[in-house]
Write a protein that binds this ligand. Structure first.
Ligand code: T46
Length: 326
């Protein structure tokens, strides 16, 4: 189901010494964690939930005991039992949820992307269905669509251009002022921010998330299944994050499950297998760092531990991360 999936966390340790699981925002947990809460001591006969959120993203982790969760995205319903602290249930916006069969020992930890906000809830099922249908039937305004493009999605922001022989599937979400060139294919579980350029010949598969101001060069290849086999599908596809302001050079290949840092540059033809840091320039196969660039794209020069750009911006490495200082 789009916007709802199980995440398997990496366990450190073994049954002799016990296990440790470390979760970091924007890594194992696919958002910045702003709030944590937990639910416990719930009598077995109680049912909770019965709502959706319009913007909130959550990961639910059953730390002890068990609980059943019915999820419903308006098209498809699923029942998921949570009973293992090494698994998280990701629930994105627009998914109705009902929780029941609480085991008395249950401790349900919830990691949330936003502070508590009652106006983000829809607590009435009919209203939820209306909300989902409105989204589906939304007319797209101020978008240029070439008459040889096939655009099934209704979530396309104003000012965006979609050129010929491009196909966008119905659940893809695309921001404002993007340029999506010819011969591009965009699957369903894809989000693209504002001011993004997608050059010709790019296929953007389920699980690829592209932030604002990103440049995707011609024929960039994304991968979302690390062990592909014909007619065999993973339970969930790898999730790849392309952060704000980064540029992916022509013909580069981006391995699934990694994060390309903000304002980084991927050299043309590179094969990127690992996370790339903010502002880093990586090239080659496998891609390796060769320096840093500025937000404006120019290569930075290092003098006395300060990285300077001809545009006037300066950067410094603080805790092994390059940061803008003025
Ligand atoms: C979900 C499941 C897993 C707050 O004041 N602050 C908070 O951060 C939260 C989460 C709730 N509240 C208040 C609002 C309500 O008056 O606590 C009361 C119960 O909250 P809610 O109706 O959201 O509780 P549940 O157990 O039905 O659902 C909660 C989450 O809110 C929900 O998003 O997915 O846990």
């Amino acid at each position: 189901m789009k916007n709802c999936r199980i995440i398997d966390f990496k366990k450190i340790g073994n049954s002799d010494v016990g296990f440790l699981i470390a979760l970091e925002g924007n890594r194992e947990v696919p958002f910045n964690i702003k709030r944590i809460y937990y639910i416990y001591n719930v009598p077995k006969e109680i049912k909770r939930g019965f709502h959706t959120h319009k913007r909130l993203e959550q990961v639910l982790i059953c730390m002890n005991g068990s609980v059943k969760i019915k999820v419903d995205d308006g098209n498809e319903k699923k029942i998921i039992e949570l009973n293992d602290p090494s698994k998280g249930l990701y629930i994105g916006p627009g998914v109705w949820r009902e929780m029941y069969d609480f085991n008395q020992n249950l401790v349900l930890l919830v990691l949330a992307s936003e502070y508590y906000d009652e106006s983000d809830y829809i607590r009435d099922y009919e209203e939820f269905m209306k909300y989902k249908n409105n989204k589906k039937n939304k007319s797209i305004k101020d978008v240029f669509i070439h008459d040889k493009a096939i655009v099934d999605s209704r979530s396309i922001g104003a000012g965006t251009k979609v050129w010929g022989f491009t196909h966008i599937l119905p659940d893809a979400e695309i921001g404002e002022n993007c340029n999506i060139c010819e011969h591009v294919f965009i699957e369903n579980d894809v989000k693209i921010g504002n001011n993004v350029t997608i050059k010709c010949g790019v296929y953007i598969w389920d699980g690829v998330f592209i932030e604002d101001d990103v440049f995707v060069g011609p024929c960039v290849t994304f991968i979302n299944d690390i062990h592909p086999r014909s007619k065999m599908y993973p339970e969930t596809f790898e999730r790849t994050f392309i952060k704000k302001g980064s540029s992916l050079g022509a013909n580069s290949t981006i391995m699934g499950g990694i994060t390309i840092g903000s304002y980084s540059t991927i050299g043309a033809g590179s094969v990127v297998l690992k996370n790339v840091k903010n502002y880093e320039i990586v090239v080659g196969n496998p891609a390796k760092p060769i320096g840093y660039n500025c937000q404006c794209g120019a290569k930075l020069k290092k003098r006395n531990n300060i990285y300077k750009c001809k545009c006037g911006k300066s950067y410094k490495i603080i805790d092994s991360i390059l940061k803008s200082i003025f």
